[in-house]
Design a protein around this ligand. Structure first.
Ligand SMILES: *Cc1c(COP(=O)(O)O)cnc(C)c1O
Length: 364
């Protein structure tokens, strides 16, 4: 069977070149005579894979030297708890901007740890926009401000030039699970960035944490060792067995990105893909985007509806038959969602638009 165009929100499509490289190396990695899956995480060969992945990510995101890079397990969802346990430690207060389900889930875990407060929300309109924020809304004694930079389900994002400002003593924490490496963000504007790999970076099973070094080591010693960032910083992500193969796959994706010209080049392509799709949606007689303000629109996740549930279902069914899969929207938005991460080619976006045009003509 031929490969389909996979518009899944996550786990999602990986670059074909990366999958082929992994296939090539699956039985014997280099001159080791074994698969990366069979290697000791204490071996020199794996140490090199880990170091190279870190170095390439550092280069791609221009991560300053005073940040630690970790490859952890437990998904972005575990970060929802680790963040308050490690960082809500001075005044036991933290502020959250609620822009979707993931932002809400992060907030709910912080409530268990201390005084967490939602200071802005777009829940009133099914999270279809980025709410206004200014620095006066932030509690001056908050230990941090948390945002979900790209809202996977609702298709909104804080653009790189629209990140909330915070005073120097209040770090900004960003969940970038669904848009890490999609366009350049200034890492130094964040105290910490985290991302589950399975959207835009690799397979499920590894979560990248990029944390400013001065924020590490503040947690109360009573918290579980595995949940303390210091444990993982001290042992360079190898306190326990790391997800070796998932890290290796991320490393291959980083190499692929570098070959493609890096994050800035990828951003150009992502902007071209998203604007082509949005141009079509904005002018369509049948389909409507759910995020109306162009400055709030994600480059990665594009939700749209026909306004008729049965027609939406027909679209999802027929698009699948045409080799365009996983276009069903999240149940809280309905309709459709095209996730067009780095690995989605312009050919895939063109095929989707062609199919939508055909569907529009047939269902007038
Ligand atoms: C998918 C997703 C998560 C959850 O990730 P897990 O790795 O499944 O825990 C969190 N935040 C965002 C923005 C996501 O897209």
């Amino acid at each position: 069977m031929e490969r389909v165009f996979n518009f899944a929100p996550g786990p999602s499509a990986l670059p074909e070149e990366v999958l082929k490289k992994a296939q090539e190396e699956l039985l014997c990695y280099g001159d080791t005579g074994m698969s990366v899956m069979e290697m000791s995480h204490r071996s020199a060969d794996f140490a090199e894979i880990l170091d190279q992945a870190k170095a390439d990510l550092k280069e791609l995101m221009e991560i300053p030297d005073n940040y630690d890079i970790l490859f952890l397990q437990g998904g972005a969802s575990t970060q929802f708890s680790m963040i308050p346990l490690n960082l809500m430690v001075h005044n036991h207060k933290a502020d959250y901007i609620k822009t979707g389900n993931w932002a809400k889930k992060a907030y709910e875990q912080a409530v268990k740890v201390g005084d967490a407060k939602v200071i802005a929300s777009s829940e009133d309109k099914t999270y279809s926009y980025i709410p206004d924020y200014d620095i006066s809304m932030l509690r001056p004694d908050a230990d941090y401000l948390h945002i979900c930079v790209n809202n996977t389900i609702y298709g909104t994002r804080f653009a790189p030039d629209r990140l909330p400002e915070t005073p120097d003593n209040i770090p900004l924490i960003g969940d970038m699970s669904s848009n890490i490496l999609s366009e350049p963000y200034d890492v130094s504007k964040f105290g910490m960035i985290y991302a589950g790999a399975q959207k835009n970076m690799g397979p499920a099973g590894v979560t990248v944490v990029i944390i400013r070094h001065d924020l590490v080591g503040q947690a109360d010693p009573s918290i579980p060792t595995m949940l303390d960032y210091k444990t993982h910083v001290d042992k360079d992500s190898c306190f326990n067995t790391p997800p070796c193969f998932a890290i290796y796959m991320c490393g291959l994706v980083y190499k692929w990105l570098k070959e493609k010209g890096g994050v800035a080049a990828m951003a150009e392509l992502n902007k071209a893909k998203a604007s082509k799709l949005y141009d079509f949606l904005d002018n369509s007689a049948l389909f409507k985007p759910t995020v109306l303000n162009p400055i709030d629109r994600s480059l990665m996740n594009v939700p749209f509806v026909t306004g008729d549930k049965d027609l939406d279902a027909k679209f999802v069914k027929e698009s699948k038959e045409a080799g365009l899969v996983n276009l069903k929207g999240h149940r809280t938005v309905g309709g459709m969602r095209a996730s067009i991460y780095n690995a989605m080619t312009m050919d895939g976006v063109d095929a989707l638009i062609d199919f939508m045009k055909k569907f529009e003509t047939e269902n007038k």
